[in-house]
Design a binder for this molecule. Structure first.
Ligand SMILES: CC(C)(COP(=O)(O)OP(=O)(O)OC[C@H]1O[C@@H](n2cnc3c(N)ncnc32)[C@H](O)[C@@H]1OP(=O)(O)O)[C@@H](O)C(=O)NCCC(=O)NCCS
Length: 158
């Protein structure tokens, strides 16, 4: 069971932490994003036993617009020790911004990386004039539900 959540951008989100190792997505990030996705989701409620090929296919679906055109200038990735360890992937679904994926590598979880990346993405979207941002979360995905609630996401009435 999945829940649709939305967060208004009418009011400025909390300050987004600056991070010299955070940046927007580049043209060669696909394989690193797939590796990150595989590691981040493994053992979670959303893990259906996918392998590297499925993770790469999922990243390609994001990049090719299967979830709405990828918004690469709002999306955010964070590097540590030369590899991607957290990512916030944004698409434009029916013209409205959608957080398609938020993910952090297991050994980097619970250090504020997803929150920081989401906040940077939310600020970029607000700066572009978007009034709100949406996402979908699996009910029972406790880390994600707590993260989104902390950022002000609430059930989407639409
Ligand atoms: C959900 C996920 C992206 C969070 O990444 P993260 O970098 O560890 O999150 P942060 O450190 O920024 O956490 C920010 C807040 O989220 C909440 N949170 C994060 N992990 C949590 C956990 N395991 N249990 C409870 N709350 C949690 C907390 O409120 C936390 O703030 P706090 O540490 O000050 O208490 C990560 O667990 C992940 O990659 N999960 C697998 C992929 C996934 O399910 N993505 C969401 C799909 S909708």
């Amino acid at each position: 069971m999945r829940t649709r959540l939305a967060c208004s951008l009418d009011r400025e989100p909390p300050v987004a932490p600056t991070d010299p190792l955070a940046r927007v997505i580049g043209p060669r990030d696909g394989p690193a994003l797939a590796e990150l996705m595989l590691a981040a989701y493994r053992g979670t409620i959303d893990d259906a036993g996918e392998g590297p090929a499925e993770a790469m296919a999922e990243v390609e679906r994001f990049l090719s617009g299967a979830y709405g055109p990828a918004n690469l200038t709002a999306s955010d990735v964070t590097e540590r020790q030369g590899r991607l360890v957290s990512a916030t992937l944004v698409t434009m679904m029916e013209g409205l911004p959608l957080i398609a994926f938020s993910m952090t590598a297991p050994e980097w979880k619970r250090r504020g990386l997803a929150r920081a990346g989401l906040l940077r993405a939310m600020h970029r979207l607000r700066d572009c004039g978007h009034p709100s941002v949406r996402l979908v979360v699996t009910r029972g995905n406790t880390p994600a539900e707590a993260l989104y609630a902390q950022l002000g996401f609430a059930p989407d009435p639409v």
